[in-house]
Structures are given as C-alpha cells and as structure tokens.
Design a protein. Structure first.
Ligand SMILES: Cc1ncc(COP(=O)(O)O)c(C=O)c1O
Length: 376
C-alpha cells in the first residue's frame, strides 16, 4: 500500500494502482470534508435581486437548505484533483486498448478530436448542420482508398477486431451473393488472437497454417489446406513476428486460385503505409486500426476506429458508406478476377461504381448525388 501525504491535504490519500498505489485509505467524500461556514466562492446575499426570485415559479422554489457541502476552495480543488489523479490518463501512461502496435497517441490528436464541431455532435443532428464533420470523413475515406489501393471504405467498425468481424461478414455476403457459400477461413499460426475469434464469430471454421522456419507463411502447407470451401486467407503483413511476407503475391495467387479472398489485417499497416498498398499486393479486404497507424484517439463510440476497405464493385456490401451509392449491386468480383470455375461472381464490374463526387460532401447513409458545391 502506498499512502501519499499531499502537502496541505488534511488526510493522506491512496494513489491509483498504476501510479504506485494498491489499496487503502479511500478519498473521503466531499461531504465528509464539509465544515459549516466554509465557502469556495461567494454569492450576493439572498434577496438582493428580488426580480430573479420572482422569475422562478413558486412551485420550483427551494423551501429548505440546499444541502451542499461547505468547503473552502482549497479543499474543493484538492479533493477533485486527487480523484482525477486516479483516472487513467494519457499524461501518465499509454492507452491500453488496441494493445499491440504503435501506441503513442499524441495529445494534439486528443485536442483535435475534442473540438466542439466533432465532440458536440448529436447522432440525430440534421445533415446540413454537420457538413464540416462529414467533409473530414469524406476526405479521410478518400485518403484511405488511396493508401490501401482499394475502392470502398466503411467507417462503421469501432476497433480493429470489430473491423475484422465486419470484413469477414462482407466476405461471407460476397460468397453468398455469388451462390457459393463457404465454410472455412485460413489463418497463419502466428495470427493475432482476435483473428480466429472473429472468424468463429462470423460463423466460419478456422484452419491454421504453420509458419516456415523463417517465420513466414509456409506456401506448401497453405496450398495443402486451400480448396473451394475456403472463403478467405487472413493475414497481417508485416506479420505478428514483425517479418514481411516475402511471397505475398504467390499467396494471393494461391488463394484467388480457389476462389478465396485475401484479407489484410491492417493492425500493422503503419509499417508499409505510403510505400506499398495492400490492394496492389492482391488483398481484397483490409481493416485499418486508425488508433494505431493514424493515432486516432480512443473513444467516440469504441476503443478506436477500424474502418474496412474493399475491392472495386463491393461498395454496396459495406455498412454506412459515405460515398459509393452508385454501386449497382451487393457483392461482385474482386477487381478483374474470376472465380475458380471460370464464372464471374455477380454482375458488378470494376471501374464502374465507387467514384466519389469531388465537389460535394455526401450525407451519411444516403450516398452522393452530383452537385457543383456544398452538401449533396
Ligand atoms: C494483428 C492485429 N490484429 C488485430 C488487432 C486487434 O485490434 P484492436 O485492439 O483495435 O481490436 C491487433 C491489436 O490489438 C493486432 O495487432
């Protein structure tokens, strides 16, 4: 137990466990610090402004003492400061959620996220009042498309694991729409623990492939487990061991060869950001942990932000897209690729669907109509 005697405090208090304390003396309630006549601020004497009293309906007027604690300013500030020190705070530790990758979240990101134009929005606010926030989302969506080399983005998922589940459900919808439902998802033995959990949650069976002595995907082992029941191969690159998969194009070839889809777990996207694009490596679906690669603060609806990007032609399969409402159908063939039996899955064609309107900010959920400027 670490009891700290703060200079000037009337009682020692117990620091939070992460700050060196364990348990022990609780901070007294502010009421327990109360002493008659003490004040932290003074108000004009009652009765000095009768018009104020008259303005309050009789039924709403107080008839007895208010019952507030009576404390000096010093006691008041110190009480709440001691309690505040028990909160987990970025000033004193790193964020524990989204635990594995780059976890430094600069304070400037917190300041930006706390701007009233973001922080004070109401989910039911009319679209015309939230155009600034929608513009930021719209710009981010297009930046993420460019960075991933993919065509459609949904911001719905609130964390990396949530993005995995969303991506898996999108892939399931893709196969089902093609009349070819599949049961299995393959993951490397080095996969992050959320991968198999998300696979099961999305209703698939997990097949694990071993890594080779170099710590990379064992191509022969992968080939052995691939068949037309495989919905996807899910992998992060660089992988959990911190190694770049050197044969990723061959992996893509093998997976696509059986009509499967290649899923990029983007938790480690920061390692390749701006250098190579998952879409160019042959990935069909990508989730990004924006609270890692982009230092997006946690909170705002979840422990982070895990948008999912998908191949051309799938835009309609994504929940809550800002743009891309001109996509013609749910599901489609990953860019330029046909299924293993030679047929194409669905009717969507690459290049047709997700082009944004550059000069207007779409309203969430409704897509984007052409308009010369301002909101759609
Ligand atoms: C490879 C990988 N995938 C998925 C996740 C899950 O992301 P999140 O913690 O945002 O749910 C993590 C990290 O936590 C990760 O490192």
């Amino acid at each position: 137990m670490t009891a700290l005697q703060v200079p000037g405090a009337s009682a020692p208090y117990e620091a939070a466990p992460w700050a060196g304390g364990t348990s022990g003396q609780p901070e007294p309630l502010i009421f327990e610090r109360s002493a008659p006549g003490r004040r932290a601020s003074s108000f004009p004497p009652a009765g000095e402004f009768p018009e104020v009293k008259e303005a309050v309906p009789v039924s709403a007027r107080r008839t007895g003492p208010i019952g507030l604690p009576e404390v000096s300013e010093r006691d008041l500030i110190r009480h709440y400061t001691r309690l505040a020190h028990r909160n987990y705070a970025i000033d004193l530790g790193f964020y524990p959620l989204g635990s594995c990758t780059m976890k430094y979240n600069p304070k400037i990101a917190e300041t930006v996220a706390a701007m009233p134009g973001f922080a004070r929005l109401h989910p039911a606010q009319p679209a015309e009042q939230v155009q600034g926030a929608l513009e930021v989302l719209w710009r981010l969506e297009h930046a993420l498309k460019e960075l991933t080399g993919l065509a459609g983005v949904t911001f719905q998922p609130a964390a990396g694991a949530h993005g995995e589940l969303t991506g898996l459900l999108i892939m399931r919808a893709f196969h089902e729409a093609a009349g070819d439902p599949r049961r299995r998802v393959v993951i490397p033995d080095a996969a992050h623990g959320t991968n198999p959990a998300s696979v099961r949650l999305a209703g698939f069976e997990v097949t694990t492939v071993p890594s080779n002595p170099d710590g990379l995907v064992d191509l022969d082992a992968l080939e052995r487990v691939l068949d037309t029941d495989v919905a996807s191969f899910m992998i992060t690159n660089p992988n959990t061991l911190g190694l770049f998969e050197r044969n990723i194009e061959r992996v893509a070839e093998l997976v696509h060869g059986v009509g499967g889809l290649l899923y990029y777990d983007g938790a480690n996207f920061n390692a390749i950001l701006g250098k190579v694009r998952p879409g160019d490596m042959g990935f069909d679906v990508v989730h990004m942990n924006l609270h890692k690669t982009f230092a997006t603060p946690h909170g705002g609806g979840g422990p982070g932000s895990g948008p999912v990007a998908v191949s051309e032609g799938w835009c309609r399969s994504c929940p809550h897209q800002l743009s891309g409402a001109t996509a013609t159908r749910s599901g489609g063939t990953p860019a330029g690729r046909s299924r293993s039996d030679g047929s194409t899955a669905g009717t969507a064609t690459s290049g047709s669907s997700c082009a944004p309107t550059p000069t207007c900010w779409p309203t969430a959920g409704t897509g984007c109509a052409t308009s010369p400027s301002g909101p759609c």
